[in-house]
Design a protein around this ligand. Structure first.
Ligand code: SF4
Length: 84
């Protein structure tokens, strides 16, 4: 379903992995996906958390929540459309 949402959003999938030791969707410019898995949305590494202020982290978490809610709603609508 997530891949379908990405295709509907116009994401072109790579033909091969850019970095053999990393995620299939990772490019030199970052993640290729417009709609990402919840784990990908929520994950913030220490490099980021150690460099930005707590209030900025809070804003980031709020944006993550909105992204997850939107993704859930799109997912539910698509499931209904597919089932008919
Ligand atoms: S955010 Fe997720 S899907 Fe995107 S490159 Fe990273 S691990 Fe892969």
């Amino acid at each position: 379903m997530l891949l379908l949402i990405n295709r509907l959003l116009g994401v072109a999938f790579p033909h091969q992995r850019e970095n053999l030791s990393s995620c299939f969707f990772l490019s030199s410019a970052g993640c290729r996906l417009a709609a990402r898995h919840v784990l990908c949305i929520n994950y913030v590494c220490n490099k980021i958390t150690s460099r930005i202020k707590p209030d900025q982290i809070a804003a980031l978490r709020e944006a993550e929540g909105e992204e997850i809610l939107f993704l859930f709603q799109v997912n539910e609508k698509l499931k209904k459309l597919i089932k008919g």
